[in-house]
Design a protein around this ligand. Structure first.
Ligand code: SAH
Length: 383
């Protein structure tokens, strides 16, 4: 067993070094807050609705295209409400254009990434909630570099709005043009940036022009298992889907794979998940990366089956996407099939996640890691 990393500090904790947050943007505010700000700028309150309709309703992010605003007001409002938060560094497409990955540079130079995935019946975006991540899971590319900073609410929302615009432009072949699902499975631990993530979810679900008008059920928050935050999430008036990155059914291995387990054990994190399911009526998604000879043994499938049988849970097995230089590999397919069989025999609903975006470094943090190290990730460049 390797020595265990320490659980990192929360950058928002009192005394923690404050990282440079971006300027305020309209997506940081609810509609009432936007109206207040617009009025303070000496403009009529209805401009807040007008500019919100452009951004959330028509997915127009460029103030120059908001031609129904008088030029003088437009500049003042754009300065205060629409600062550029995300600068595209590269966009990659694969799966015949059905998967697109975007790498952004933020105002302070941090890199984050988002992925757009088109299916015949839906369009999903996977977004980042932090630049880097402090959770230190050893199999995850983002976990290796540590946490740079929390993203602002608008930096989170703007990823979804940008990619919703890409979908609306008909660039995702064979999929509906409307963004329907958002998963917080990009970089970062969403529940470690709790207030901003909750505000971002509120923007995503508020009807236009206040927000994007997505269904709460179509939003998935994925967490390593910050137990107090899971309880807090259950008490919000939101029924988003909770995904729990379990990856091991026993504390000895989970302490290593998901170091936060040193603080909240498997039984505690599962209890929090069941409390969430009871409160919201939503089935919890249990994420389990299949790592060859590490967590894929039949006895671990049986133990997981016993923990989950009869619960409001669904297991999502993720074939490990090996990170560069990692000592770990994906489980062979026959081992994966046996794992699935044992879970289903225990009465636990189980699926294996598709491996979208592999050739464009689809897994968590790999594109940003490649950019930082100067290696060129494979994949077709689009402009
Ligand atoms: N911090 C959150 C969300 C980000 S990652 C969380 O941990 O849940 C989204 C999912 O991808 C998590 O289940 C994470 O464990 C998994 N993941 C990270 N790196 C991976 C890799 N190399 N291969 C397969 N899954 C990975």
């Amino acid at each position: 067993m390797t020595s265990l990393p320490l659980i990192p500090v929360d950058p928002d904790a009192p005394g923690a070094r404050r990282a440079a947050m971006p300027p305020q943007h309209l997506a940081d505010l609810d509609l009432a807050g936007r109206k207040d700000l617009v009025t303070k700028l000496g403009e009529s309150a209805f401009r807040a609705r007008q500019i919100s309709t452009h951004y959330f309703g028509r997915l127009v992010r460029d103030p120059a295209q908001m031609t129904d605003l008088p030029a003088s007001s437009r500049d003042r409002l754009a300065d205060q409400l629409l600062p550029r938060l995300l600068t595209p560094v590269r966009e990659l497409a694969c799966d015949d254009g059905a998967t697109r990955k975007a790498l952004w540079r933020l105002h302070d130079g941090s890199l984050v990434e988002s992925v757009l995935m088109g299916y015949p019946d839906r369009v999903t975006v996977c977004i980042s909630s932090q630049a880097g991540c402090g959770m230190a899971c050893p199999f995850c590319a983002t976990g290796q570099a540590g946490l740079t900073r929390n993203l602002s609410t608008a930096e989170i929302v703007d990823q979804a709005v940008y990619l919703a615009g890409v979908a609306a432009a008909g660039k995702v072949a064979g999929s509906p043009p409307r963004l329907s699902h958002v998963v917080f499975m990009g970089m970062g631990e969403p529940l470690a940036n709790y207030n901003r993530v909750i505000a971002a979810i509120r923007r995503l679900v508020a009807p236009a022009p206040e927000g994007l008008g997505l269904s709460q059920r179509h939003i998935t928050v994925s967490t390593v298992g910050l137990v107090p935050a899971i309880h807090r999430l259950a008490s919000e008036d939101l029924s988003v889907t909770l995904a729990l990155s379990l990856h091991a059914p026993d504390d000895e291995l989970r302490d290593e794979l998901v170091p936060v387990n040193q603080r909240w054990k498997v039984c505690e994190v599962l209890d929090a998940a069941w409390a969430y399911a009871a409160r919201t009526g939503r089935r919890v998604s249990i994420e389990y990366a299949m790592i060859k000879d590490v967590n894929d043994q039949p006895w671990r499938a049986d133990l997981l089956g016993r923990l989950l049988a009869g619960k409001l849970a669904h297991v999502n097995l993720i074939p490990l996407n090996p990170t560069p230089g990692s000592r770990w590999d994906a489980s062979p397919k026959p081992v994966e099939r046996e794992f699935v069989r044992r879970l289903r025999d225990a009465g636990v609903s189980t699926t294996v996640r598709d491996t979208r975006g592999r050739e464009i470094d689809g897994a968590c943090g790999q594109l940003a890691a490649a950019e930082d190290s100067g290696t060129d990730p494979a994949g077709e460049m689009t402009e």
